[in-house]
Ligand binder design. Structure first.
Ligand SMILES: Nc1nc2c(ncn2[C@@H]2O[C@H](COP(=O)(O)OP(=O)(O)OP(=O)(O)O)[C@@H](O)[C@H]2O)c(=O)[nH]1
Ligand SMILES: [Mg+2]
Ligand SMILES: [Zn+2]
Length: 402
């Protein structure tokens, strides 16, 4: 019998080595320039293109995530939801889809990252009295994570693990379409090795599509248009999820849980009308939770969030995550151009010519500022303060809604 503690200690040395390696790769990333963007621009966010881009900047194709699972154990269950000390899991060999409540072995310690998330594959063992307990957590093939809002705990909060698709849900109205969070989720998806799909919900409430929505289609992102009221676009989501795991994320009130209930009518989950006064959601969902679909797929519903902070991001590598910006940044006069104040900046020129959507550039600036200035709540900065002086007049002329 192995001593579990020893196994975890040797594991943590390995984790430290991987972290050091990642840091090195990251600094390389900021110096590397991406070539031939024009040819791939239309599919900049497709999985193949991302793989190619990652290879060019020497990022691993499939980022490896640390395993807490001792070598001698095989995972035998999937986490559905969890609290600090407990988790609900589905056992692989159970004859019916019944969740069991398990303790989490105290020796599995949180370090830089939160320990467990819905979608995690775990090893469930039984104590002397037959009580189930999670002894190990398998390495993740993908994950969605954010900067934790809990300042006491580990900085990285893993929202969900082992996901294939991130459905970034936004509504066209009630609440109004807000692209800032979409831009942040696109970064999180790429960093976590997850395919993003944009879901524009509540299309029954409008006659014509807002211009801003089209921007995302033009970037080459898969975009679905849905209505829970008219049951539109639901089959497309169901088909994408066949034998895959997806997660719904976005602001409160955009209809994530309503979509889940359209997809799987047996699900018993709370939805709430949006506030009449603020036209914002009322945070109906409070816990991230995984649901099994009849077609073998799994769907994770998450609580609506106000903002999404990155837990480990170098501002110099930000261009990389905005393909339409990095396409021009090669032509900037300075290699390390921040595209804010430097002369001969090709990015700012491209914006003036309408070749980069200004709302994406505004997001870029806001994100840059928030990761440079520790302590600023992401997504909360006012637009007036972020545009460089020579572009501020331009926003008034463009036709995007503010
Ligand atoms: N008109 C219209 N209303 C919708 C649609 N989808 C959801 N709603 C309504 O929007 C409100 C919020 O829906 P929820 O499903 O609770 O939203 P949510 O994204 O899960 O919100 P949180 O759990 O707070 O993050 C509810 O009153 C829904 O009935 C839609 O397609 N059209
Ligand atoms: Mg909800
Ligand atoms: Zn520049």
């Amino acid at each position: 019998m192995y001593n579990l503690l020893d196994l975890f200690t040797s594991n943590s040395v390995e984790i430290y080595r991987t972290m050091k390696k990642k840091k090195l790769e990251k600094s390389k990333r900021s110096e590397t320039r991406i070539k031939n963007w024009e040819n791939r621009y239309d599919e900049a966010f497709s999985k193949d293109s991302i793989r190619l881009r990652r290879a060019e900047v020497h990022l691993p194709d499939n980022p490896q995530h640390e395993s807490h699972l001792p070598e001698t154990f095989e995972p035998n269950a999937t986490v559905v939801s969890h609290s600090k000390k407990w988790a609900f899991v589905l056992l692989d060999n159970a004859t019916e889809q019944k969740e069991i409540q398990c303790k989490i072995d105290e020796r599995l310690r949180e370090k830089e990252s939160s320990l467990i998330a819905p979608g995690d594959r775990v090893f469930v063992d039984y104590e002397e009295k037959g009580e189930p307990i999670i002894r190990g957590i398998a390495s993740r093939k993908s994950k969605l994570s954010r900067l934790s809002v809990d300042r006491e705990g580990p900085p990285e909060q893993v929202i969900s693990a082992n996901i294939d698709i991130l459905f970034i849900v936004a509504s066209v109205k009630q609440p109004a379409f807000k692209p800032g969070l979409i831009d942040r989720f696109l970064i999180v998806a790429e960093n976590g090795n997850v395919e993003p799909v944009i879901v524009i919900n509540k299309i029954d409430l409008i006659d014509t599509l807002p211009e801003e929505v089209k921007i995302y289609q033009n970037l080459g992102l898969k975009t679905l248009f849905t209505s829970c009221v008219k049951r539109q676009g639901i089959e497309e989501i169901i088909n994408l999820l066949e034998n895959k795991t997806g997660v719904m994320a976005g602001h409160s009130g955009v209809g994530k849980t309503s979509l889940l209930k359209c997809i799987c009518p047996d699900v018993d989950a709370t939805t709430l009308e949006i506030s009449q006064k603020t036209e914002k959601g009322k945070h109906a969902t409070t816990n991230t939770r995984l649901y099994c679909l009849p077609n073998g797929g799994k769907l994770i519903d998450t609580p609506g969030i106000r903002s999404l902070g990155f837990w480990d991001m170098d501002p110099r590598s930000l261009d990389y995550y905005f393909p339409e910006i990095s396409r021009f940044s090669e032509m900037c006069r300075f290699n390390d151009c921040s595209h804010i104040h430097e002369p001969n900046c090709a990015v700012r020129e491209a914006i003036k010519k309408g070749e980069i959507p200004i709302i994406r550039y505004e997001s870029y600036l806001r994100i840059r500022k928030s990761i440079e200035q520790d302590g600023i709540t992401p997504g909360r900065m006012r637009k007036e303060n972020i545009l460089p002086h020579d572009l501020s007049h331009f926003r008034k002329r463009n036709h995007f809604k503010q």
